[in-house]
Design a protein around this ligand. Structure first.
Ligand code: NAD
Ligand code: AHE
Ligand code: ZN
Length: 369
């Protein structure tokens, strides 16, 4: 079949809208019509050539929602007509990682996924007879895409696609980092670095669990109002501060934060987030994705004296199990999504979505097919 898609033919160049050839689903795979997709900073990072796993030409996009249109042989858990969210972190429930119950990082198809291929080692997309690679196992910047059955979460049919697509990454990552990874408790002091599409979801996760001080840190003053909208109690712009940001945060939290979150991908900020934690127990969670070649550093004494450095992917969520629950949280008003969707674009306008993000003018742009 044919599908309209925004293709990343090369790094550091705008996406090009073309009609691709798409092969149907093979055994264990499903064909999904993507109805809406968010644009996450990770898409921009890969397009900018900063991802050590970046492959071109490819169809980017990993934050979608859509409808199953066809299933391959052996598929039993979804059927045509089901509403689904693609999962860049699948949940096979059979691999060592899934069975460990210690992680959400299913390893069933990670090797081929990282090479832009389906589990059988081939790609379903092509253009003028040449292969086009998949991205994070999702490729939601195509109107139709093929996914492994274990990489779709079935969701309720009354949930709107334009907002639930954001649960495919940003919402689940931010809220999940608080609830699943850090397990923030009521009354805790929290510092969130980077108040974008992820950071604001960390803030609303912290509000959800009853955190006390929720301090937002961003170099863009416009994020002050955005943070407060979702529960932030204090805002700090480090570029406007006379002294050191870590000392300032340690003072503001009476000795250091119980939990800090990096939502910037900047390794200097990651260090600040760790060092702003309370001696003896503070936990710092890295969410941001750093560009290829970057490394983190701190004095080991920071860890010797009880601070804990952790990371999280997809907010520690087990996709097929947890994503339908997060959709319920949204539908029941427990979490908000709509106000964070600042721009709704057509596929033809997708490059504008990247420009808005780079200029710091959007929280989430959503492309509707
Ligand atoms: P975004 O562009 O919407 O937001 C980033 C925010 O960080 C902006 O508000 C920006 O002003 C702020 N910022 C930049 N540099 C800063 C600095 N030095 N100090 C303080 N604030 C600073 O991006 P996003 O979509 O929210 O993504 C944030 C990060 O999370 C990216 O690195 C992305 O790749 C990553 N991410 C990780 C996961 C995961 O599973 N671990 C999931 C989604 C996104
Ligand atoms: N490919 C990069 C790493 C990118 C990365 O860490 N991705 C996150 C999700 S970001 C979503 O917006 C993730 O899930 N990581 C776990 C995994 O298995 O990829 C690199 O450095 O090579
Ligand atoms: Zn993402």
């Amino acid at each position: 079949m044919k599908t309209r898609a925004a293709v990343a033919f090369e790094a550091k160049a705008p996406l090009t809208i073309v009609e691709l050839d798409l092969e149907g689903p093979k055994a264990g795979e499903v064909l999904v019509e993507i109805m809406a997709t968010g644009i996450c900073h990770t898409d921009a990072y890969t397009l900018d050539g900063l991802d050590s796993e970046g492959i071109f030409p490819s169809v980017l996009g990993h934050e979608g929602a859509g409808i199953v249109r066809e299933v391959g042989s052996g598929v039993t858990t979804v059927k045509p007509g089901d509403h689904v969210i693609p999962l860049y972190t699948p949940e096979c429930r059979q691999c060592k990682s899934c069975l460990s119950r210690k992680t959400n990082l299913c390893t069933a198809i990670r090797a081929t996924q990282g090479k832009g291929l389906m589990p059988d080692g081939t790609t379903r997309f092509s253009f003028e007879g040449k292969p086009i690679y998949h991205y994070m196992g999702c490729s939601t910047f195509s109107n139709f895409t093929v996914l492994p059955e274990i990489a779709v979460a079935k969701i309720r049919e009354d949930a709107p696609f334009n907002s639930t697509c954001y649960i495919g990454c940003g919402v689940t990552t931010g809220v999940g980092a608080v609830v699943n990874t850090a397990k923030v408790e009521a009354g805790a002091n929290v510092v969130v670095f980077g108040l974008g599409g992820i950071g604001l979801n960390v803030i609303q996760g912290a509000r959800l669990v009853g955190a006390d001080k929720i301090i937002g840190v961003d170099i863009n003053d416009a994020k002050d109002e955005w943070g407060r909208r979702f529960g932030m109690t204090h805002f700090v712009n480090p570029t406007k501060l006379d002294g050191d940001i870590v000392q300032h945060l340690v003072q503001l939290t009476d000795g250091g934060a119980d939990y800090t979150f990096d939502c910037t991908g900047n390794t200097t900020v990651m260090r600040q987030a760790l060092e702003a934690c309370h001696r003896g127990w503070g936990v710092s969670v890295i969410i941001g994705v750093a560009e290829a070649g970057r490394e983190i550093a701190t004095r080991p004494f920071q860890l010797v004296t009880g601070r804990v450095w952790k990371g999280t992917a997809f907010g520690g969520a087990r996709g097929r199990t947890d994503v339908p629950k997060i959709v319920d949280w949204y539908m029941n008003g427990k979490i908000e999504i709509d106000p964070m969707i600042t721009h709704v674009l057509s596929l033809e306008q997708i490059n504008e979505g990247f420009d808005l993000m780079h200029r710091g003018e959007s929280i989430r742009s959503v492309v509707v097919y």
